[in-house]
Design a protein around this ligand. Sequence first.
Ligand SMILES: Nc1ncnc2c1ncn2[C@@H]1O[C@H](COP(=O)(O)OP(=O)(O)OP(=O)(O)O)[C@@H](O)[C@H]1O
Ligand SMILES: [Mg+2]
Length: 487
Amino acid sequence: MSESPAHILLVEDDAEMRRAVERILEREGHEVTAVGDGAAALGLLAGHSYELVLTDMMLPRVDGFELLRRIRTQWPYTEVVLFTGHGTVERAVDAIKQGAYDFVEKGREDFRAFLLKTVSKAIEKQALSADLRRLLALVRAQAEERLVGNSRAMRQIRELVHQISVTDVPILIRGESGTGKEVVADLIHSLSPRAAKPFVKISCAAIPENLLESELFGYERGAFTGALTAKPGRFETAHGGSIFLDEIGEMAPSLQAKLLRVLEDGRCQRLGSTRDVHVDVRIISATNADIEQAIKEKRFRSDLYYRLNVVEIHIPQLRERREDILLLARHFLSRHAGIRATPVEGFEPEAIEGLESAAWPGNVRELENTIQRALALSHGPRLTLADVRGLALVTGAEPAIEATPPEARSSGGGWAASSDEHVIHIAVGTPLEAAEDQLIAATLKLCGNDKERAARMLGISSRTIYRRMTSGRPSDSEEGGPDAASS
Ligand SMILES: Nc1ncnc2c1ncn2[C@@H]1O[C@H](COP(=O)(O)OP(=O)(O)OP(=O)(O)O)[C@@H](O)[C@H]1O
Ligand SMILES: [Mg+2]
């Protein structure tokens, strides 16, 4: 046999049959415990774990059917295979509907071979589902670790997520850009019974209306010019799992009506088709828009809104939960420590003060970027205030850490002391490409022309830097940036 030996509980009242089956299974290397009635089997199940229970249907005291029922509710990870004699085959079919793996007729000619084949398949299934459970537990633990924060707000969010993830209710996640809406959506799906099924994400803002429609609902061949083959929509792909509709506030009203239909009766139609497709999908949506205002302006359907936010999760801005900042900063420090060639120990106290008192208009995403940048820039074992202040792009918007904290000021250090090579001024209205060139040039200068390091800081490949340099931009000389880049 290919599978590893299993612990099997055999329940059979006919002593001769019991010994025969026991011998067959033991010869295959399985560890068999054999009993003569269902009550004894229940006693053993309470104290031991078995991969498989092989049981006769007709048994004294507790019969095979009742045993199966008890096992399904109390020991859901144990597989059950039934023996059937004359006249019990029909009940056995019923038993399979109740969750038995299969049945083996006692009278069949090839009983031994058939029994071994069935047992082998049942054990294989049991092993696969055990593997899946272990993997899911790992996925869940990792998803929990990815949502960092111990503020009151985050603890409440976590509790709510645990409560609602086991249900199928639609969730609307709200919060400013960068507050962690997608992280929360990931956690909801990972903790849900749908975790092993697809989690499909789609941004309603990034895709033009007609494309979004065909993405979500799919299309038949010939539905429009260019539809050479049929394609299932994201809802179909997500069947059995969840779908994340990001930036739902941006969805066009005509699509809102179709989405409402999916929510109301779990059906949608591919473009160019009149046939309904049934989809079983849990809907998680997110927005940073003012939906109430959109409803007033008739840009968003109120009936859809009420359907989508059966439960609403609001994630506060980072500056409203400053207790999370240090935890998050440390989390990102260890996550991105690999950017640096040398090890990093942590933050200087003034750096922590700076991080904790900053405004963070870009919320957690901005904090993460700041830490990444600081890691790429810094040299010392601890990140300093100057490091976390980083390279701020001053475009009229305030950088997150802009003020000199009083402590830093009085000690004579701090923001004021951090040199201007960390800052470039780019006029509002500068063409994007030119602004990028200036940023690349200034970063190269700051890195002493180390292209690898500059590329890491900018989050682009060093090839891109080479390419931009040789295409005549930002500057053919490797001296540094054009004049505009220095303030
Ligand atoms: N609580 C958190 N713990 C750990 N990382 C977080 C947390 N919140 C956000 N992040 C990180 O910050 C970044 C932004 O988070 P996310 O993409 O979930 O934000 P968002 O609210 O969806 O933003 P947007 O509205 O711009 O799409 C991600 O890299 C994410 O990993
Ligand atoms: Mg997002």
